[in-house]
Design a protein around this ligand. Sequence first.
Ligand SMILES: [Zn+2]
Length: 509
Amino acid sequence: MILIVSVVMLLLEAGRSSSSSASGLENQIFQYIDLHQNEFIKILKEWVAVESDSVQPRLTQEVTRMMEIAAARLQALGATVELAQLGTSQLPDGQSLLLPPLILAELGKDPQKPTVCFYGHLDVQPAKKEDGWETDPYTLTESDGNLYGRGASDNKGPVLAWINAVETFKALKLDMPVNFKFIIEGLEEVGSPGLEKLIKDKNQLFFSDVDYIVISDNLWLSNRKPALTYGTRGSICFFVEVQGGERDLHSGTFGGIIHEPITDLIALLDSLVDISGRILIPGIYDDVSILTEEEKKLYESVEFDVEGHKNISGVKKFLYDNKEEILMNMWRYPSLSIHGIEGAFHEPGIKTVIPIRVIGKFSIRLVPHMNISIVEHQVKQYLEDIFSKRSSPNKLMVSVPLSAVPWLADINNTLYTAAKGAIKTVFGQDPDMIRDGSTIPIARMFQNITKKSVMMFPIGDADAGEHSQNEKISRSNYFQGTKLFATFFLEIAKLHEQLQEASTMKTTN
Ligand SMILES: [Zn+2]
C-alpha cells in the first residue's frame, strides 16, 4: 500500500514538474485541447480532403471552396470575415480566371488588448497517389503518430492549430487575451499574386491597429527541438549575356579564328567565386553585418545535424566542417551560385557548334545590410573590368531580372520574448533561434509595408515533407502547436500590458 501511494506520489510529482511553469489557466487550456484531439483531427481531415491546389487552374474552384469553409469556421467563432476579391488572371489559352478570394477576419476590438494578426495559406501543392504517396494525399491518414496528407503541414495544420487555440478560449468561456486578425490566402503556392497590393491597400484600415504579425508557414530545423525564425536571405539574380554575331557557327569552319562567346562567358563566370566559396567581387562583403558575440552564441546552441544535412545533399564534403560555420554560411553570409548557361548545347551527345549568343545565369543570396543597387553596381563593374581585360570583340550585357531584400527581425522584441516564453512552458526548453537561407518575401513584405513587428513561428518538425510526397504533421506537433499558440496569446497579452504600463509611467513622470 505504502509502495502504491509513493508510486502515485512520484507520478504526480513527475506530472507536475514536466509542466512546472504552466499556470492553472494554462493547464485548463491544455486539458481541453487534449480532450478534444479527435474533433481537431476531424476538422483537419475535412480541410485536407479539399483539393485546394492553386497550381492547376482547373482546381481554382476547390481553392475558393476551401476559403469559404475557413471563412465559415471563423464566423462560427464570432469573427467578422471579409472575402476580399483579388480579380482575375489570364490563362495561357487567353481565358480569364477568377482568382480565389483572400480572407480578412477580425475577432475582438478591445483597445486595452494587443492585436495579433495571423498569416497563413490554405492552397496546396499538387499531389497524386501515383507520385509515390503511400496513402491518398487528400485523405488524412494517421500512422505511427503522424497525420499524412497534402497540406497537413503546409499550411492547413498550422492555420487550424491557431484557430483551434482561439476556439479553446471561446469554448472554455475565457476572456480572449488579445484581439485577433487573420489574413489567409489561397495563392501562396503560386507566388501570392495580388497580396502585396492588398496589404498596401488595407494598410490604413485593416493593419492600422495591428500590433504584431505572426506567420506560421515554415519548419523547425530539427525533429525534436522547437524553433523561432528571425531572418531570411534575399537574392539578386543576374543574366550575363555574351554575343558574337548573328548565327551559331561550325567549329570546323570557324574554330580557331574567332573569339568564342562561351569562352568569354566561362572566364567571367569563373571569376566570381574561389574554391573556398568566397565571392571575389570587390566590396561585396563591405556591408555584411558584423558578427557579434551575442549572435555567435545563437549558432552554438542550435540543434543541427550536419551529417544528416550532408546525406540529404548527397555530396561527400561541405566547404566547412563545423556546425557554426555551416549555419552562418547558410544564413548570415552571402553566397553565389551559378545556375546555368542559356544558348549552350546541353543535349546528350556531341554537336560541334560554336554558340554565338550565350547567357550565363547566377544569383547571390543577400544578407543584412547588403543593398540591392550597390550589389548590382559592384557586380556589373567587376564583370565589365574582367571582360575588358580580355579585349574580346564580343558584346557583353549584364542585367538583373529579379531581386528581393533579406529580412531580419529583432529577437529581443516582445513578439519573440512571448514566443520563447510559450515554448518554454509547452516544451520545457528554449527554442532554436534560426534563420532561413532561402528567400521568403512574405515576412519582409509585411514588415516593410505595415512597419509592425513580424515573427515566423513554425510548429512543424524538419521532416514534414512540405511540397513532397507523404507530407505530414505529427499528431504531437499539431496538438503541442495548438497549446503553444494558446500559451503565446497569454504571454503576449502579459508582456504587452507591462509595456503599456511602463510607457504610461514614463509619460506621467
Ligand atoms: Zn506554405
